[in-house]
Design a protein around this ligand. Structure first.
Ligand code: BGC
Length: 751
């Protein structure tokens, strides 16, 4: 279909109408020209198709759908194929439900563990987030369904999410908050991008031409439509459209359509801007319409099993003092309401009407398991009778497994958490059980991280996160060793909230400005640099087997930044059972002259090994793996020098390292000014010669040599002078060096 000719046949009113929804979920297409209206739905971890009453917070019912583990859980799988496969299944379900676009993945970076929506987001690390999102998108879009990667950008808190202004410096934006979007757009071509509610550096995302057009389209080559988050369109619809925000959702705000019509009629907006937006929207609509498969069926039972497999690949075994796996002949007490009624998904727009939910107690029906409720999920207050019953049940068993976490009321889209602590009654339950049962294991169900004041009182911790509708069988399989844990944390668990780098500035000031003052030092980038102890580091996760790494090999020891480095490392399963290991590859530049994290994740692979089996895992590292974003050249830049390549089982358990010399091919033009330091001038041969001559005649030189003679201060004097600006040569030379001479030097240096 020739989209341009369709747009040419549309009236001005039809064009304006196309740029906002027909209602909450449908687009207002020019049906008289043969383009059917299409529907979009949330995402990301299941389908939330509201066939009846609509809302963007998940209050009203939606059609039954498979509830998969949420983003924070699934990211711990570090498994690209799993994401792709889930994407295919979701795309298929969208075909069956006649949805043109699935509103996900949600790829905002976990800046603070308090963010109420962290359960939906993937990681604190942009590389991991980008890699996983890319595969999700490839999967969904392989089914001729679009995604809407969201929320673009720097939307890392729920507090005042619709008004807050994220103040983020350019380098931090480029290195931390944009790369997941960048990777996805460049490599997977999402059909749509959803702009966020917040402002970024003073401009609402919906009006942000820099983000929506200059970066997204002109730099990264985005060719779909940008949709507003539901209600993110500002009062100035024309400004939004001109910035590149094509589709306003939800519809139908007639006054905003009228703004567009009026702006064209009174000549303040070129109709070409409207035409372009219409072309983008229709193009994406037709990608779906042309390949619709409404006769597609959803196999809910198969998808339930898929949700279980994803959960098994994702949950993280954080601690195991030999207590796990449990044995089937042991008498085990499951304690805590979450064993019976699991917490398996988050609240808000991602909330799906799960097809069926299986809890751990139900999944363990054939095992030697007893149960005590332990707490009431409607309150945070400990109940002494429930605690006493729990202790009794625990004492009577060989092992107690306590199911605790964060309740729905405390963790959802729309508001932030106020603490990392679990509710008091959950904390009390762990303590009460551990006090009477030395063999205590804790299963935690929540969307983000928590503090664990009881960590030394228990022998095992399995972090289930929000494991989707099949959380029960997945948990039981992992506890009993029918599945071997292989997830690793995609976020750092700090010892206390106050350790988090954003802690001092997180909620912003009274003007609703949130300054991202920690800059690029987000998550492990910060804790590493500060050499701080953490509860569990990024990348940590245990298995029922053990792995050994050896022979970290680089295919070269010196390279240009335009070359690709191939890194390989051998990994062996040295235990008795089959298992999967996530090999993590970090890169650092210990002697960098720039303020940089000690190391950054630049590669990962998940590898399955039989007992005794060894495999070689390979990685390709190209320019971006070594680069930082240099704002004065507005580009990625590799500083010449020695880089360290680190292979690890976690960010804190690095097992092999190697070095490579990388040479920059970017020629930086240095501009010298009166404020350049003597050190900088001396680094240039022309400057060095000049300053040498001048210094020989200067009173400063005499002072330097005097102090060297009398006080041994010569070196200190040189250091001091190195840091002084060139202009001081005029000021301190007592008239001996006229300004014109320095001007002449600068002209020579800058020639
Ligand atoms: C959320 C989006 C969601 C939209 C539609 C908004 O409140 O931020 O993630 O896609 O609602 O439900």
């Amino acid at each position: 279909m020739d989209i341009k000719s369709i747009v040419a046949q549309m009236t001005l009113e039809e064009k304006a109408a196309l740029c906002s929804g027909k209602n909450f979920w449908h687009l207002e297409t020019p049906e008289r020209l043969g383009i059917p209206s299409v529907m979009v739905s949330d995402g990301p971890c299941g389908i939330r198709k509201q066939a009846d009453k609509s809302d963007h917070m998940g209050f009203n019912a939606s059609v039954p759908a498979t509830s998969y583990p949420t983003g924070s859980c699934m990211a711990c799988s570090f498994d690209r194929d799993l994401f792709k496969d889930q994407g295919v299944t979701l795309g298929n379900a969208c075909q069956a439900e006649e949805l043109s676009v699935l509103l996900g993945p949600a790829v905002n970076i976990k800046r603070s563990p308090l963010c109420g929506r962290n359960f939906e987001y993937l990681s604190e690390d942009p590389y991991l987030t980008g890699e996983l999102a890319k595969n999700y998108i490839d999967g969904v879009q392989s089914q001729d369904i679009g995604v809407s990667i969201k929320h673009y950008a720097a939307n890392s808190q729920e507090y005042h999410r619709m008004s807050n202004d994220s103040i983020v410096d350019e380098r931090t934006l480029r290195e931390i908050y944009l790369p997941a979007f960048e990777t996805a757009v460049k490599e997977s071509k999402p059909w749509t991008v959803m702009c966020s509610y917040n402002k970024i550096n003073g401009t609402f995302a919906a009006e942000n031409k820099y983000l929506l057009t200059d970066i997204l389209r002109d730099e990264w080559g985005f060719d779909g439509y940008v949709v507003s988050d539901w209600g993110a369109t500002t009062a100035d619809r024309v400004k939004c459209l001109e910035a590149g925000m094509d589709l306003e959702m939800p519809g139908k705000n007639l006054s905003n359509d009228k703004q567009l019509v009026d702006a064209v009629n009174n000549g303040t907006m070129d109709v070409a801007v409207l035409d372009t937006a219409c072309e983008r929207i229709l193009d994406v609509v037709m990608r779906y319409v042309d390949k619709r498969r409404p006769d597609t069926v959803i196999d809910f039972e198969a998808d339930h099993l898929k949700a279980q497999k994803i959960a098994e690949e994702s949950m993280v075994l954080l601690k195991n003092d030999g207590i796990l796996p449990l044995k089937k002949d042991q008498k085990v007490a499951f304690i805590g309401k979450f064993a019976e009624v699991p917490r398996f998904q988050g609240g808000g727009s991602s909330h799906v009407n799960a097809y069926k939910v299986t809890g751990a107690l139900e999944a363990a029906a054939d095992l030697n398991v007893t149960y005590a409720m332990g707490y009431d999920t409607n309150t945070a207050e400990p109940d002494e009778a429930l605690l006493a019953e729990a202790a009794e049940t625990a004492k009577a068993a060989d092992v107690a497994v306590v199911f605790v976490g964060i309740t729905d009321a405390l963790e959802s889209e729309g508001f932030d958490r106020s603490t990392l602590a679990m509710p008091k009654n959950h904390e009390a339950l762990v303590k009460a059980v551990a006090a009477v049962q030395p063999n205590t294991v804790v299963v935690v169900m929540c969307g983000g991280c928590i503090t664990m004041p009881w960590i030394n009182d228990v022998k095992g911790v399995l972090y289930a996160y929000l494991g989707g509708e099949a959380v029960g069988p997945a948990t039981v399989n992992l506890l009993y060793g029918d599945a071997n844990p292989s997830g690793k944390l995609a976020e750092t668990f700090p010892l206390q909230l106050e350790d988090n780098p954003s802690y001092l500035y997180y909620l912003g000031d009274e003007q609703d400005k949130t300054e991202y003052r920690e800059g690029v030092f987000v998550g492990y980038r910060y804790y590493d640099k500060k050499k701080m102890n953490v509860l569990f580091p990024f990348g940590h996760g245990l298995s029922y087997t053990t792995f050994e790494y050896s022979d970290l090999t680089l295919d070269k020891t010196a390279m240009k930044d335009t070359d690709t480095l191939t890194v390989s490392v051998k990994v062996k399963n040295t235990g008795a059972v089959k298992g999967k290991e996530i090999v993590q590859l970090y890169v650092g530049m210990p002697e960098s002259k720039t303020i940089r994290p000690d190391k950054e994740l630049r590669g990962f692979e998940k590898v399955e090994l039989e007992p005794g089996e060894e495999k070689t895992v390979s990685f390709q590292l190209s320019k971006r793996a070594f680069a930082y974003f240099k704002t004065d050249i507005n580009d990625w830049y590799v500083e010449s020098g020695k880089y360290i390549i680190l292979a690890g089982k976690s960010s804190r358990e690095i097992v092999c390292t190697a070095e490579v010399q990388v040479e920059s091919t970017t020629v930086l033009k240095k501009i010298y000014t009166m404020n350049s330091t003597m050190g900088e001038i001396m680094a240039n041969p022309v400057g060095a010669q000049f300053i040498g001559q001048m210094m020989a005649q200067s009173p400063l030189a005499a002072a330097a040599s005097d102090s060297e003679d009398s006080l041994g201060m010569g070196q200190a004097m040189i250091e001091m002078m190195n840091g002084m600006p060139l202009r001081t040569m005029v000021a301190f030379a007592g008239g001996m060096i006229p300004k014109e001479v320095i001007d002449g030097l600068l002209a020579q240096l800058n020639a």
